[in-house]
Design a protein around this ligand. Structure first.
Ligand code: HAS
Length: 549
């Protein structure tokens, strides 16, 4: 791809990995505080570290990495960016970065210890919300730049379905734009006036509902780029075509429909929403599981077809023929394997009654470490190994490959230990978001944490292994950005592995955006119009909130 497009993608990656470095360090501190092995100095607060950890890893690392992947993939699949697209992409990048720096500065200053789920009644400095608003606006500018690029391609290729990578990128962006409407509404009209003192109170239930209108599809904004890699990159590494172009497109379209009208499944224990609306959204949540099951089916089909092509026989013979020595594949395979318990845990969370058992416990923390923290993060790692060398034109040397294996194995072991402990501790009743020294005055509460797997020691050991792994990854990133030798010979040059996708039998209506956006809005209105308007009309007196600074 063109040099200027590479430059943009590399800037996105650089910010992503700076956030990753600081965010993982905060994670390490986290497990030691919970284990009571670390006493923080008076100026540093547990919730400050927890907020920095969540924001930097879940919001900043993911978003910047995702845009790097999109810029590279769009330039590769539908051509070099035109001058206008490039200009708006850079503006988008800088606005997102300014928002990130402002929000991070507020967290560091101790004026925004409100966690990455920053909803009321916790209150941060107004500037934190301004930072978040700029962050979202920046991503919107970048998103519209990519949509503009896509529209130029469609105009020049009338009547043709776009390449699968571009289609999937636009689907993810559509999902992101609709999802952000909720968070933009609450930040602009509720949090900013409240935090700057222009209004005295805030409608807590409404603000939480608007937050989760955004918060749930946010997790699919992280997941779908990983799915793009699973659908488009993995088959190329396996030496096969995309299994089914129309199935892949349909799965993505289903995410536009069903990922938004489901936010109430995060609020099942809140008394301000009636059971009917909660139940409706639980049913819709079960619909959003379907495209992930379609994805699982497709992945097994890819593995089997590729194995049989290489001469595998018997029911599971293909397993041995998978390219285990290719770290780009192994990393993503482990990511997929983690998503089996991760997804099953999600189904448990979404089951109305079972949610009573797990809500607000460490189980949820375990859940998101084996969804966003492993399936998504390890897919991004698998992409990092070739994406940066591809963009910089440097070698991914033998020693870097060996280190990459050490990195993904340590990440998997660390996550396995930490998340298993978190799940079990959660089932035993250990709360999430709680500074652990509080429990010292309640010795009987500490009995929850006896035993090998159910101990905070296991969590701390897992967390330390994860930090070690993160540092190895940072080393690989720095090497492939600046230090490893330039790939002069053709055989050393790293490729962008994009599989061929046969679209001859794909129905054209799958790319008719108005159908999907129309149905999505209809579902949103059905699921949200009445409960949200009743929250506005029957607003309780409101809350003044708990200032965190
Ligand atoms: Fe979740 C809470 C429900 C998926 C992230 N979730 C969270 C939070 C986060 C998060 C961050 O209903 C915490 C928010 C907070 O701070 O409060 N989640 C679900 C459901 C799904 C789901 C139904 N979550 C995700 C994904 C995330 C994510 C993906 C990040 C990327 N989640 C919930 C609920 C809550 C929740 C409740 C609120 C709980 C509460 O009370 O607070 C589904 O989308 C999951 C569907 C997935 C599958 C798995 C398919 C498997 C595949 C892999 C195939 C493997 C292969 C490899 C091919 C059905 C595709 C084979 C290898 C071998 C070795 C065999």
């Amino acid at each position: 791809i063109a040099l200027q497009d590479r430059k943009l993608a590399l800037w996105y990656i650089a910010v992503a990995y700076i956030a990753f470095l600081i965010g993982t360090l905060m994670g390490l501190l986290q497990v030691f505080i919970r284990n009571d092995k670390l006493q923080l100095p008076a100026w540093l607060d547990y919730y400050q570290i927890l907020t920095a950890h969540g924001v930097l890893l879940a919001l900043i690392y993911t978003t910047f990495f995702i845009f790097a992947f999109f810029v590279t993939g769009m330039s590769k699949s539908i051509g070099t960016f035109g001058p206008k697209v490039r200009l708006f992409s850079w503006i988008g990048f800088w606005v997102t970065l300014i928002g990130t720096v402002l929000a991070t500065a507020m967290i560091v200053a101790g004026e925004a210890s409100v966690l990455y789920t920053f909803y009321a009644p916790l209150m941060a400095s107004g500037w934190y919300y301004v930072g978040l608003a700029l962050f979202v606006v920046g991503t919107w500018i970048s998103s519209f730049a990519l949509i503009g690029h896509y529209r130029v391609w469609r105009k020049n290729n009338k009547g043709e379905l776009s390449p699968l990578f571009a289609f999937m990128t636009i689907t993810t962006i559509v999902l992101w734009l609709i999802a952000c409407l909720g968070v933009v509404a609450t930040v602009l009209f509720q949090y900013i006036p409240w935090a700057f003192g222009w209004s005295d109170t805030i409608n807590v239930e409404l603000s939480r509902s608007l937050f989760w209108f955004f918060g749930h599809p946010l997790v699919y904004f992280w997941l779908l780029p990983a799915y793009i890699a699973w659908y488009v990159i993995v088959p190329k590494i396996l030496g096969v075509k995309v299994f089914s172009d129309s199935l892949a497109r349909l799965a993505f379209v289903l995410f536009i429909l069903f990922s938004i009208p489901v936010g109430f499944h995060h609020q099942l224990t809140e008394p301000g929403i009636s059971n009917f609306w909660k139940f409706l959204q639980v049913v819709l949540t079960f619909m959003v599981i379907i495209p992930s099951l379609m994805t699982a089916f497709t992945m097994f089909a890819n593995f089997e077809i590729s194995g049989r092509k290489k001469g595998a026989t018997g029911l599971f013979g293909w397993f041995k023929k998978l390219p285990w020595k290719d770290v780009r594949f192994t990393s993503i395979f482990i990511a997929m394997a983690f998503f089996i318990p991760g997804g099953a845990g999600g189904i448990i969370n979404a089951s109305f009654q079972l949610n009573e058992v797990v809500h607000n416990t460490l189980w949820i923390v375990g859940h998101f470490h084996i969804t966003v923290g492993t399936p998504v993060a390890m897919t991004f790692m698998g992409l990092t190994f070739w994406l940066i060398p591809y963009l910089t034109g440097r070698k991914f040397t033998k020693s870097m490959q060996i280190l990459a294996f050490v990195q993904i194995i340590t990440w998997s072991i660390g996550m396995l230990l930490m998340s298993t402990a978190q799940h079990i501790l959660g089932l035993l009743g250990a709360p999430r978001r709680t500074a652990y020294s509080n429990y010292n005055n309640h010795p009987s509460a500490m009995e929850w944490f006896d035993g090998i797997l159910t101990s905070h020691v296991t969590m701390a050991v897992g967390g330390s292994i994860l930090f070690l792994s993160a540092m190895i990854l940072i080393y690989i990133v720095v090497m492939s950005m600046f230090l490893s030798p330039k790939a002069v010979k053709v055989e050393d040059q790293v490729e962008f592995p994009m599989a061929e996708s046969d679209k001859t039998h794909t129905p054209k209506w799958l790319e008719n955006w108005w159908i999907w956006i129309g149905i999505a809005f209809a579902l949103i209105i059905i699921a949200y119009a009445i409960p949200l308007s009743s929250m506005i009309m029957h607003a309780p007196p409101g809350s003044e909130g708990f200032k965190t600074w």
